[in-house]
Design a protein around this ligand. Structure first.
Ligand code: G3H
Ligand code: ZN
Length: 286
């Protein structure tokens, strides 16, 4: 069924695992992620950025596409449709009214008080509709779609500010920027685990780890042990599927039926997502 993230993430914290947010870039991603979730018997969060929604057609198309697939594939595991890095109250409201079950309001580029005021407004609307909310503090580096944060701008979240934001807004989960990066890492990731522990002890809400691509398993496990209940992955699926398409087309220069190269790419995404579900411990937790 379509659900918000709220129960999913509380259960994940209690069971010491994390639910993956896998970003939907097009139809094949939605198919692959839903199939992996059903086969792994895992809850799943379908992340949709504003850019991806625009590419697909709009928020309504996203919701109807996912609902259609859930019906035709007989999906019985919990699924959340989540706006990834929502940029404004307006965008969050549009997503909620189109049927998204969860939104992120990314006010991380605003000063603390403005971030809090914005997030609070989104929480009021979202909770009225039974929709869960994720907020961010500090700045996650790297690039995802239109969101580009260079090294100098990237900033670690301050635990006391995290506590204030979570307390004053009532968000359901929270993404403190603690050194993770969108896109490939330059060298080994250096996550602020001490601060992560502090943030969890202060806020007591499920934490979210963005930039899941390229984080070693030991760090994933450590993050989960410190309260991380949601891990976002996008680039890893993009790299794997693009590689597959290049290979298939290189091996078959005469090929032109998109199903013949997008089908194998979809299979690759499914394998990648299944692997993450096992790594995050969400398999068989539906
Ligand atoms: O919001 C989405 C994620 O944080 C994805 O990060 O592309 O580095 O896996 P990633
Ligand atoms: Zn992110």
């Amino acid at each position: 069924p379509l659900v918000s993230m709220k129960e999913m993430l509380i259960k994940a914290n209690e069971g010491s695992y994390a639910v993956g947010q896998f970003n939907v870039n097009n139809l094949e991603y939605a198919q692959a992620i839903l199939q992996a979730a059903q086969e792994e018997n895992s809850p799943v969060i379908l992340g949709v950025s504003e850019g991806a929604a625009r590419y697909i057609g709009g928020f309504k198309t996203v919701v109807l596409m996912i609902e259609g697939l859930m019906h035709d594939y007989n999906i019985t595991v919990p699924v959340a449709i989540h706006l990834d890095h929502g940029s404004s109250y307006q965008k969050c409201a549009e997503a909620i009214h189109a049927g998204f079950t969860s939104v992120m309001i990314d006010g991380s580029h605003h000063p603390l008080e403005e971030n809090i005021a914005l997030t609070k407004k989104v929480v009021e609307l979202a909770h009225f509709h039974g929709v869960s909310v994720e907020a961010e503090l500090g700045r996650i580096g790297g690039q995802e779609d239109d969101l580009i944060v260079d090294d100098a701008e990237a900033a670690y979240a301050i635990p006391a500010e995290c506590d204030q934001l979570v307390r004053e807004t009532g968000v359901d989960c929270f993404a403190p920027a603690l050194g993770s990066v969108h896109g490939p890492y330059k060298g080994e990731p250096n996550l602020g685990f001490d601060r992560m522990k502090e943030v969890m002890e202060l806020t007591k809400v499920p934490l979210v780890l963005h930039g899941g691509t390229g984080i070693p398993t030991k760090d994933i496990q450590k993050a989960i042990s410190l309260g991380t209940a949601k891990i976002n992955v996008n680039t890893e699926n993009q790299i794997a599927s693009a590689k597959k398409i290049r290979e298939v087309l290189a091996d078959n220069p005469e090929m032109y039926d998109p199903r013949k190269f997008l089908g194998p790419a979809r299979e690759t995404i499914k394998q990648t997502v299944s692997g993450k579900m096992r790594e995050f411990g969400s398999s068989n937790q539906a």
